[in-house]
Design a protein around this ligand. Structure first.
Ligand code: SF4
Length: 337
């Protein structure tokens, strides 16, 4: 029997009511930032959420961090339902789910000493003694390759790579089950990206922690993740084990993202892949398949009228595209005959 995942997200939606001007009239509309997303993150595994900016991956991360409230759907960490957590239960949840953000220059408080930053997730738990906290700070600083004797220093006394190690030490200090890594190496110099990614991977094994990796760089996703979910306009359009997705991408959007050759090594800097046409506004998304206005493989009217379901194809590889929907493809073929 498969073990229970660390994190289970089911049918997650975050819709924002907005008002906009249309033909000189103010009208109410809804931005569907996250629109029915489901995935698991296995124990000690990494799931990468990839996609262009505005696809909903950051909103998904905020919902999991309990910094925002879903419109509907569920988020479960082990047996804990994240909805309606208060007081001690909320504090415990935030100990169990930590985050490392993109920019180590702005994410660390410049007025706090390293020992205060690293112990921050611990002090919310009032059961720990000062001696315990000091010992834990020294332990995690050593684990990330920093000298515990430097715990009295301030963040500006460290390089960018060392600051990201401080952020990771802080995230690990409370022994979390899940860490959200939000573009964790994109602001680092290319010369230290590989060693930082290796550190994240090594410590994942050592601390048995799961990662949800929010990333736009496919090379980083490939290097760090066990599974990849590709998001477009608030929905997951493809989800597979990393090796399967990279050896045989199925969705035309994923194929377009892969169209520019991937570098042989994640340290090699390259231009971000830019698709033709803009990502449509989530206020007024296209009918049918949300990718149809940009899709080079559109198969007919069905793409403009019917939302493709996310269906499993070839075992565990899920894709939402009518190209893989046998019934729909057959219906289209007979209509065109
Ligand atoms: Fe392209 Fe149609 Fe597939 Fe959408 S459903 S990705 S428009 S082929």
């Amino acid at each position: 029997m498969a073990s229970q995942p660390t994190l289970r997200v089911e049918g997650l939606k975050r819709h924002f009511p907005v008002t906009m001007w249309r033909r000189l009239k103010r009208v109410a509309a809804v931005v569907k930032a996250v629109d029915g997303v489901s995935f698991d993150v296995g124990e000690g595994e990494t799931l990468a959420l990839v996609g262009e900016s505005g696809c909903g991956k950051t909103t998904t991360a905020k919902l999991i961090l309990a910094l925002d409230t879903p419109t509907s759907g569920t988020i479960r960490l082990g047996d804990t339902d994240v909805q309606n957590l208060h007081g001690e239960a909320y504090r415990h949840y935030r100990e169990q789910v930590q985050a490392v953000f993109q920019d180590p220059w702005s994410s660390l408080n410049p007025r706090m000493r390293v020992k205060e930053i690293v112990s921050e997730p611990l002090v919310v738990n009032r059961r720990r003694s000062r001696r315990d906290i000091r010992a834990r700070v020294a332990e995690v600083l050593e684990a990330v390759g920093l000298n515990p004797a430097h715990a009295d220093r301030f963040p500006h006394e460290f390089s960018g790579g060392q600051r990201q190690r401080i952020a990771l030490a802080s995230a690990l200090s409370s022994d979390p089950k899940l860490i959200i890594l939000d573009e964790p190496v994109s602001s680092l110099d290319v010369s230290i990206r590989a060693q930082t990614m290796n550190l994240f991977r090594d410590l994942q094994g050592q601390f048995n922690v799961s990662y949800l990796l929010i990333v736009h760089d496919l090379a980083v996703a490939r290097y760090m993740s066990d599974e990849v979910a590709v998001m477009y306009l608030g929905k997951i359009v493809e989800h597979a084990r990393t090796e399967d997705l990279f050896s045989e991408p199925l969705h035309p959007y994923t194929k377009a993202l892969f169209a520019a050759a991937l570098p042989g090594h994640p340290d090699v800097e390259r231009e971000e892949i830019v698709l033709e046409g803009e990502v449509p506004s989530p206020i007024d998304p296209p009918s049918g398949c949300p990718f149809h206005p940009r899709c080079p493989m559109k198969i007919g009217e069905i793409c403009e009228t019917t939302v493709p379901a996310l269906r499993t194809h070839q075992g565990r590889h899920a894709v939402s595209c009518h190209l893989y929907d046998d019934e729909a493809a057959a219906a289209t073929a007979s209509a065109e005959a």
